[in-house]
Design a protein around this ligand. Structure first.
Ligand code: BG6
Length: 484
């Protein structure tokens, strides 16, 4: 495939937390892949900054090992890896003290884009921002990238926003939600606003309901400490599912520009009703002979944290009045599937008679695996014997349609980091958006806490608790099967 990537301007990218898990798994392999694809200018440099006492050579060994582990074999070329590693440097830094800052300042080149990736605990954001200014490392051309969790609730998110605002303007702050970097998520916007076909039907008059599923097969083992304080609501719904909901439900922005898009998303969050307890199902995976329970993984025998959540939501505006949005996400489910299903209404009048059954169109947007879209249309069952109707797929798997291997679709982090360098904030969350999402989340969690709400148990490898299916059945609907 001929690469059509647009090179970016030269930059110095500093990764605070440069030896951490996210750097190893996502950021550094992603940067290598952009380099390998020819998108990195000759003089771009990446500087790892962390507490450990590495030198450049040791850091390069560390990054080489990360590439070996996390980059697909077909993309690991010896010469490319060596050339990429030459761009890497390392500074041992003390986020809360003075160690390393002078060295870092000396390394930075003038008149070049400077990006600072805060891949560290949020409690260090303020210290880093302050020291970047104190040592005159940050200038107007600088950007900072901050990872989730962006706060634990509205109050902490506001405090974080205030801390960052002391040293950086909003157009310099890139709050990452890696779901926004996924290929299909952006395709959702292309589909909605690049075609005439769907938008006229994209409202309560024609859409029966919308389902958003992010199912994972992994448990929380290994990160139970963090997860038990978050649960599916804070870990997934407040950010990733909320973003998917916004892009599905928002009004067309006047242009594809960061603030125009984010203004429309913000309006959706503000129009979102707070669901009552009867519209929410919380679950925890139970123990089996071969795998530990959620509570064992979380090392908290009395934990009331949910590893699964399903909810029915309403958006109070003209477009969506009467069309419910069903969200579900959970760990240790049957398989790893993320998708958005837009289920249209049945035709208003059945000319083929009762016996042909009920049929309705459904559009499924698959985020992973096998990114693509699938539109179910009603057709006549082939053959003689009268008019029998069946639902058939108009399927477009991107890998087939575009002749690409699935592995050629860049990872979300690759795209997002390059957007930081380009200075494009469209796929990053604005401060007010994050705060609005917490303002919606907080009362829901407060209600569980006030009632000491106990999650129901579900079987690992299943589609979640039965109560989640019942939530839909009560409305005369059902979830799309979780299957690859
Ligand atoms: C992270 C969550 O933000 O997203 C994890 O903290 C979750 O709990 C992950 O597993 C899912 O991301 P992806 O890209 O694998 O669907």
């Amino acid at each position: 495939m001929v690469s059509r990537v647009i090179p970016v301007d030269p930059f110095d990218l500093v990764i605070f937390g440069g030896t951490g898990d996210l750097a190893r798994r996502k950021i550094l392999p992603g940067l290598y892949l952009r380099f390998e694809d020819g998108q990195m200018p000759e003089d771009a440099r990446i500087i790892g900054a962390a507490r450990g006492e590495f030198d450049d050579a040791a850091y390069r060994d560390f990054v080489r090992a990360a590439i070996d582990e996390f980059v697909p074999k077909a993309k690991r070329h010896k010469e490319s890896i060596s050339a990429f590693l030459e761009r890497l440097h390392y500074v041992a830094i003390d986020a809360k003290g003075e160690g390393g800052w002078k060295e870092l300042a000396k390394l930075m080149r003038p008149e070049i884009i400077r990006a600072f990736y805060f891949s560290v605990a949020p409690s260090l954001f303020g210290d880093l921002a302050e020291r970047l200014h104190l040592h005159k490392i940050a200038h107007r051309k600088s950007r900072i990238v901050v990872e989730k969790p962006f706060g634990h609730d509205l109050k902490t998110a506001q405090a974080l926003n205030e801390t960052l605002a002391k040293h950086f303007k909003e157009d310099q702050i890139y709050r990452i939600d890696h779901y926004l970097g996924k290929e299909t998520v952006q395709n959702l916007m292309a589909l909605r606003f690049g075609n005439i076909l769907f938008e006229p039907l994209w409202n309560a008059q024609f859409v029966d309901h919308i389902q958003i599923t992010v199912a994972e097969s992994v448990g929380v083992g290994g990160r139970g400490g963090y997860y038990d304080k978050s649960g599916a609501m804070r870990d997934m719904v407040q950010n990733h599912l909320m973003q998917l909901l916004c892009l599905t439900a928002m009004e067309p922005p006047s242009k594809f520009d960061p603030d125009a898009v984010r203004d429309e998303k913000l309006k959706v969050i503000r129009a979102l009703d707070i669901p009552g307890p009867d519209a929410i199902v919380r679950g925890q995976y139970r123990k089996t002979k071969s795998s530990p329970s959620y509570r064992e993984d979380a090392e908290n025998p009395d934990s009331l944290t949910e590893s699964f959540i399903a909810m029915r939501l309403h958006i109070s505006n003209w477009r969506w009045n009467g069309t419910p949005f069903y969200l579900r996400t959970g760990k240790k489910l049957k398989s790893r599937v993320s998708e958005i299903v837009v289920r249209f209404k049945e035709p208003p009048h059945h000319i083929f008679g009762e016996e042909t059954g009920t049929h309705a169109n459904a559009l499924t947007i698959r985020l992973q695996p096998n990114e693509g879209m699938d539109l179910r249309v009603t057709i006549k069952e082939p053959g003689p014997g009268g008019m029998r109707l069946i639902d058939a797929p108009l399927d477009m798997t991107f890998a087939d349609a575009l002749g690409k291997e699935a592995s050629d679709v860049p990872d979300a982090y690759e795209r997002l980091i390059m957007d930081v360098i380009r200075g494009n904030q469209t796929l990053f969350m604005r401060g007010d958006e994050v705060e609005a999402a917490w303002a919606w989340t907080d009362p829901i969690i407060a209600d569980w806490e006030a009632r000491a709400d106990k999650p129901v148990e579900y079987e690992p490898g299943s589609t979640g608790p039965e109560e989640a299916a019942i939530l839909m059945h009560k409305d005369g609907r059902r979830w799309r099967e979780i299957s690859e």
